[in-house]
Ligand binder design. Structure first.
Ligand SMILES: [Zn+2]
Length: 159
């Protein structure tokens, strides 16, 4: 009897469609027009972005739209140093959780136009918008430093 087969290659692929829902649809339409909308919770008054249609803390529906500026503060970040199959950017690059001014939850996006070694918690950043804005987070190419003083105090409790 021959040896048992222990390994074999079986490439797989999964395509799926996710219904955006009302809150995400409004958020994406806002992005396509260069605007960032969050939603304020009627109970705790926190502004969540991206909005999910319900407060993650209170669990109640959220409908009040809040126009947010495209500036914020890095609460935490990661630097990608390892190549992977779908990699689109030159290594190393960084992604960060960004607390937009006036928001109570963070948005995850790329940080560019700064050496990764200079990226830090509290760094002030602003969105760099794409010329042709899609109805997705790709409407923002990345965030870049504003050059303002760090704002660690403004992100206390958000990391
Ligand atoms: Zn709430």
């Amino acid at each position: 009897m021959s040896d048992a087969v222990k390994l074999f290659k079986a490439p797989i692929r999964l395509e799926y469609t996710i219904p955006a829902g009302r809150a995400t649809s409004r958020f994406c339409r806002g992005l396509a027009s260069g605007r960032l909308y969050g939603q304020r919770c009627p109970e705790c008054k926190k502004v969540n972005v991206p909005p999910r249609g319900a407060c993650p803390t209170c669990g109640v529906p959220t409908e009040e739209e809040v126009l947010l500026p495209d500036s914020g503060t890095i609460t935490t970040f990661c630097i990608i140093n390892i190549a992977f199959a779908a990699q689109a950017l030159e290594l190393p690059y960084a992604c960060a959780s960004i607390l937009l001014d006036g928001a109570d939850s963070t948005l995850f996006h790329l940080i560019q136009e700064v050496p990764v070694a200079e990226i830090r918690m509290g760094m002030r950043v602003r969105a760099v918008w794409a010329e042709n804005k899609l109805a997705s987070l790709e409407a923002i190419r990345h965030f870049k430093p504003t050059g303002e003083p760090d704002a660690l105090a403004s992100i206390e409790g958000h990391f």
